[in-house]
Design a protein around this ligand. Structure first.
Ligand code: TPP
Ligand code: MG
Length: 355
């Protein structure tokens, strides 16, 4: 199932099929982990659906929904150790929550509050990156620093299928291969880059095979199968920790719009969306857990209620947080503020409030 560096053959890893039935050897995953993975997927979806509604009500700003990508995000982040780092794009709320970012903090980010998405979030998750691909270079830089300082941490860059066409992505893979860095590039191939389909993104059969050109290992996984993602990521992290970088391509689907500013009905067929809904990540995991006698409909309903209550509490706290002030924009850039920024900051006065 795992290729060696420089190999171009890539097999897709799958543990559960669309109906939630086992299709390969069961990885060593305990029942508590199954429950943990599923509960995080429920929490991520619940947050996502509420965020969409809150944006429509004008209570938060632009939001990039991750519905459909819960298995890819939760399964990958669940495999991390506390000391590992996530370098996210703008669609990584699921992975970020699992690795310690609070929902309140994520809401603050969407409300334009400087406390959201800064080092103040107190988790090993970099601030949200909007520049497509740039986080791959940051992850490589972080991994290089970790290696030089003999830290036992892995950097994980989350990027989309569209992002793999950026130079930054290729430069990062090249550097990681040459310097044997503890880094994993986790590509969520959700089939779309705004309105550009995967077929127009690259002529390669897979995105995973691009790893071969850089002398690192590439692996493709069913990104809607949380058990496949989790076990694949465990192996990827193990290798990365030994200085063998890995490129993981999680094949998944963006069920919603690119962001709340997008209307996907303008460029994609409903039949395509419906076909992917059959492969929904929560649906298949729930079926598997019910078959295993560790879950039922009542527990499921209760779990969604708990998750919804958590979201409500987090949003209330975020709404009650005072807005950021203009002069605070200088506070989160440098650990020690340079003189010229101090001057600019003091020249602003205190009247400005960021909207
Ligand atoms: C360097 C750069 N170019 C263009 C954009 C505009 N842009 C924002 S999202 C996006 C598509 C990215 O698609 P993909 O990498 O597949 O990630 P997804 O949105 O599907 O998660 C583009 C082109 C940008 N933010 N940065
Ligand atoms: Mg995409």
């Amino acid at each position: 199932m795992w290729g060696e560096p420089n190999e171009t053959v890539v097999n897709r890893v799958q543990v559960l099929n669309e109906a939630g039935k086992l299709v390969s050897t069961y990885p060593e995953i305990h029942d508590e982990e199954l429950l943990g993975l599923y509960k995080w997927m429920v929490q991520a979806r619940t947050f996502d659906q509420r965020a969409l509604k809150l944006q429509r009500q004008g209570r938060i700003g632009t939001y990039a929904p991750m519905i459909g990508q819960e298995a890819a995000q939760v399964g990958s982040a669940y495999a991390l150790k506390e000391q590992d780092w996530i370098y996210p794009s703008y669609r990584e709320v699921g992975a970020s929550l699992v690795h310690g970012v609070s929902m309140e903090n994520f809401f603050l980010y969407t409300m334009g509050n400087l406390l959201g998405g800064t080092s103040a979030q107190n988790a090993n998750v970099f601030p949200v990156q909007i520049i497509i691909g740039a986080q791959c270079l940051h992850a490589v830089g972080g991994a290089w620093a970790a290696k030089l300082q003999h830290e036992n941490s892995v950097s994980v860059a989350y990027i989309g299928d569209g992002g793999t066409s950026q130079g930054d992505f290729h430069e990062a893979l090249n550097f990681a291969g040459v310097y044997k860095l503890p880094v994993v590039f986790f590509v969520q191939n959700n089939q779309w880059a705004i309105s550009v389909p995967r077929s127009k993104q690259t002529a390669s059969n897979t995105i995973a095979q691009k790893a071969a050109a850089y002398g690192i290992t590439g692996v493709q996984v069913d990104g809607n199968d949380v058990l496949a993602v989790y076990s694949t990521m465990q192996e990827a992290l193990k290798r990365a920790r030994e200085g063998k970088p890995v490129l993981v391509e999680a094949v998944t689907y963006r069920q919603g719009p690119h962001t709340t500013a997008d209307d996907p009905t303008k460029y994609r067929e409903n039949t395509e969306v419906e076909a992917w809904l059959e492969k929904d990540p929560l649906k298949r995991m729930k079926a598997f857990m019910i078959d295993r006698n560790i879950w039922d409909e009542e527990l499921d309903q209760r779990e969604f209620e708990i998750a919804n209550e958590n979201v409500s509490k987090a949003f209330k706290r975020a709404e009650n947080t005072p807005s950021s002030k203009t002069e605070e924009v200088f506070d989160f850039v440098f650990e020690q503020k340079p003189k010229h920024l101090k001057e600019q900051q003091s020249s602003l006065g205190t009247e400005g409030v960021l909207k």
